[in-house]
Design a protein around this ligand. Structure first.
Ligand SMILES: Cc1ncc(COP(=O)(O)O)c(C=O)c1O
Length: 361
């Protein structure tokens, strides 16, 4: 009866990639498959989205795993490499590297392999996480160009607030990036491939599309915006987390349920026990009232999430032991559940644990 299942829909993935191409018709698509494809399975996503122009991962091991699985498209390592050994492996496997700081530049210059290795020079235009300042990027670019091993060079930045409508910081970031491109072009250094846009910028900042976009969450059917649903954006959920009812209990008004007796029935009711918990990746901080889809009907979570079980207030909803319950996905947006748990769909997707059975629909 323990049937926590993660269903993955390849057709929804294809659909969402088409939405990316509709929104940014002139850009190539670097599909983000870091963190095991946002929890969907990086290999499965990369094999399914064979029509993507490339894939993005956070670190070298993620890229090597994809190469070992036979993925031949361009793969970009967003955090770059940190040692000679890693540089060697990256070059050998034909990976593209982000260069975001001086030591990585020095590693590249010192590498004795012939390459070529394609690189993205990361510019910090205002996110202040990774990247060279626009001023430092000019000399970094010249050094990259002079390095024997360098293949194609692209210019990349990342937005801090692209999900905020009319954000002044995003305007500033775009301005700094375009300014740097102009400076480089005056030195005769264009055209350079450029890449700025995550999902939010793909959908809301056409001026930032450039020639490579980097969609993550929208590929998986999550909304990058707090105030617009994935459905409104024409996206379909790729992941559906489901399980089953394993018990139904009668509760009297005034009786409480679960750890901490954190929820008390205001009327006589029926409590459904569902075989899913934080041990499966259901968020422990989901509040009472978080929607759960039981037999196609939304009912509220009642009481604290346990490791292996949650409890819902069934009221008069028709329900029987063995009934299917959807925690998020088809019929219940992950973004809605995430909002009740004080998090974002990205985190829900990434945190589904290994004990949940995975099926491709
Ligand atoms: C550098 C970079 N580009 C693109 C993305 C994709 O962002 P999103 O999932 O919001 O589309 C990420 C994700 O964090 C990222 O770190």
């Amino acid at each position: 009866m323990r049937e926590a299942r993660l269903g993955i829909s390849p057709s929804a993935l294809h659909h969402n990639l088409r939405r990316v191409r509709e929104a940014a018709p002139y850009a190539r698509v670097l599909a983000m498959v870091k963190a095991d494809g946002y929890g969907h399975g990086a290999r499965l996503v990369a094999e399914t989205l064979a029509e993507a122009d490339g894939f993005g991962v956070a670190y070298l091991d993620e890229a090597l795993a994809l190469r070992a699985a036979g993925i031949r498209q361009p793969i970009t390592v967003l955090e770059g490499v940190f040692t000679d050994m890693e540089m060697f492996e990256a070059v050998r496997q034909g990976l593209a590297l982000v260069i975001h700081q001086e030591p990585q530049l020095a590693l590249l210059e010192g590498c004795r392999l012939t390459g070529p290795v394609d690189v993205w020079l990361k510019v910090d235009t205002g996110m202040h996480r990774l990247g060279f300042s626009p001023e430092a990027a000019i000399s970094a670019y010249r050094r990259l160009r002079a390095a024997r091993i360098t293949g194609n060079i692209g210019l990349m930045t990342h937005f801090a607030t692209a999900d905020e409508f009319g954000s002044a910081l995003t305007e500033t970031q775009i301005g700094r990036f375009r300014g740097l491109q102009q400076v480089l072009s005056k030195g005769g250094d264009l055209p350079l491939a450029d890449s700025l846009a995550n999902s939010a910028a793909i959908l809301a900042w056409p001026a930032a599309h450039g020639n490579w976009v980097r969609p993550g969450i929208m590929l998986y059917g999550g909304s990058p915006f707090a105030d617009r649903t994935a459905e409104e954006l024409g996206l379909r959920p790729v992941m559906t987390l489901s399980s089953r009812l394993i018990a139904i209990r009668e509760l009297r008004a005034g009786e409480s349920v679960g750890y901490g007796a954190a929820w008390t029935a205001e009327r006589d009711t029926r409590i459904g026990v569902i075989a899913i918990g934080y041990g499966d990746g259901y968020p422990r901080h989901a509040r009472s009232g978080t929607p759960v889809l039981v037999n196609g009907r939304l009912v509220p979570l009642a009481g604290r999430v346990s490791m292996d079980m949650i409890t819902v207030d069934l009221g008069n909803a028709p329900a029987a032991i063995g009934d299917t319950c959807v925690l998020w996905g088809e019929g219940l947006p992950a973004d809605l559940v995430a909002a009740h748990a004080g998090t974002i769909s990205y985190e829900l997707f990434c945190k589904v644990t290994a004990r949940v059975r995975r099926d491709v629909w």
